[in-house]
Design a protein around this ligand. Structure first.
Ligand code: TXA
Ligand code: MG
Length: 348
């Protein structure tokens, strides 16, 4: 079934729900990014998600639910802080990790004792989950390690022939993945900055621990390694130098970079465009006004455009680490060349 064969969205939802119930795999929109979903209770269907995405089995999937009431079926215990957070911020771009009930298959959580749970705010996503009548296990609908899809076309181009259906819900309104908070330890921990600002979360439950990259490996195995990667090498640059130019370095100086595509927050974040190296042939500003929410929403599409622009390298200037800036910098540092990811850690 292809994108245009079904036009009416409700028909698409019903058709997709049938496919999910029969053990199929469907790509669907959420407010963050498109998901690649299967019935979370059907281990075989979930295995197909891993296959289609070429994702290693050690990297667990988020369970998407339609109503808060479903939590009790999946989680053994919902600590008071988690309950307050969910009451305040669901539905939306927030995932919580809670101790799982045995009904959640081990393949979904990669054998971890916690299940990641999220109630999306996107009406199509919730309509689909409700119509399927089961939680939907879904990673982002891209091949493992590559840039997440924020439009149905992105999914079609990469996975169109491998999935049973793609629901076209237009562009994602948040455009960056959910924030993940784990309640498996003594204190709530931020496993991934995302579409809900850390400040918003801390306003509800107080201080959230930020694990180091090393600690993350055990708590959220999929958070290690290069991710969100463009096929063009992406270089994260340190900042703006004293004379207003941008220092762009290359990990391999023997290979000079002739053409660079630059990602910057806004025109104001590049103080003197005239001082840019002449190799910079293309600039993607994420937000004309420097709005971090808009910038987060436009980040992945900008990365895709530069990837298709025929440049030798993509260089990205870090953005302020406040609000959704934390998620933007996280994605940029993980998209960067392997040797460079070790350095940037979330600091505050
Ligand atoms: O916004 C989102 O979260 C999107 C949409 C589709 O909902 N989903 C998404 O899924 O980004 P994915 O699989 O691309 O990223 C989920 C991250 C991975 O880093 C994974 O390791 C972590 O969440 N994760 C999933 N289940 C977990 C668990 N039980 N414990 C710890 N980390 C978990
Ligand atoms: Mg992903």
């Amino acid at each position: 079934m292809s994108l245009n064969e079904l036009t009416d969205i409700n028909e698409q939802i019903q058709e997709a729900a049938d496919i999910i119930r029969r053990g199929g795999v469907v790509a669907f929109p959420t407010e963050t990014v498109y998901g690649l979903g299967a019935n979370a209770f059907d281990a075989q269907a979930v295995a197909r998600v891993f296959e289609v995405k070429r994702r290693p089995y050690f990297d667990p999937l988020i369970l998407h639910i339609a109503e808060r009431g479903w939590l009790g079926d999946l989680a053994v215990d919902v600590p008071m802080a988690a309950k307050r957070l969910i009451d305040a911020l669901w539905p939306g771009p927030l995932t919580v990790v809670l101790p799982k009930k045995p009904v959640v298959p081990d393949i979904v959580t990669a054998g971890l004792p916690g299940a990641a749970l999220r109630m999306p705010s996107n009406e199509i996503a919730r309509g689909l989950i409700l119509a399927a009548g089961v939680p939907i296990a879904a990673p982002s609908a891209n091949l493992f390690g590559s840039v997440s899809p924020t439009a149905a076309e992105h999914v079609m181009a990469q996975l169109g022939s491998a999935v049973d259906m793609v629901i076209d819900g237009g562009e994602c309104s948040v455009g960056i993945e959910s924030t993940i908070v784990s309640f498996m330890g003594e204190e709530p921990a931020l496993l991934r900055p995302g579409g809900t600002a850390l400040e918003e979360i801390e306003a509800v439950i107080g201080r959230v621990v930020i694990p180091s990259n090393g600690e993350l490996v055990n708590q959220s195995p999929g958070r290690s390694g290069t991710h969100y990667a463009t096929s063009t090498p992406l270089i994260r640059i340190g900042g703006v130098d004293k004379i207003g130019g941008i220092n762009i370095w290359c990990t391999d100086p023997s290979k000079p970079i002739a053409k660079i595509g630059l990602i910057a927050l806004s025109p104001a974040s590049v103080p003197d465009p005239a001082a840019l190296p002449p190799a910079v042939v293309n600039i993607e500003y994420l937000s004309a006004s420097g709005d971090l929410r808009e910038a987060a929403c436009r980040l992945f599409a900008a990365m895709r455009r530069l990837d298709a622009a025929g440049v030798d390298a993509i260089a990205a200037l870090p953005v302020p680490s406040v609000g959704l800036g934390l998620a933007i910098n996280d994605r940029l540092s993980r998209a960067a060349l392997k040797g460079e990811i070790a350095s940037p850690q979330i600091k505050r």
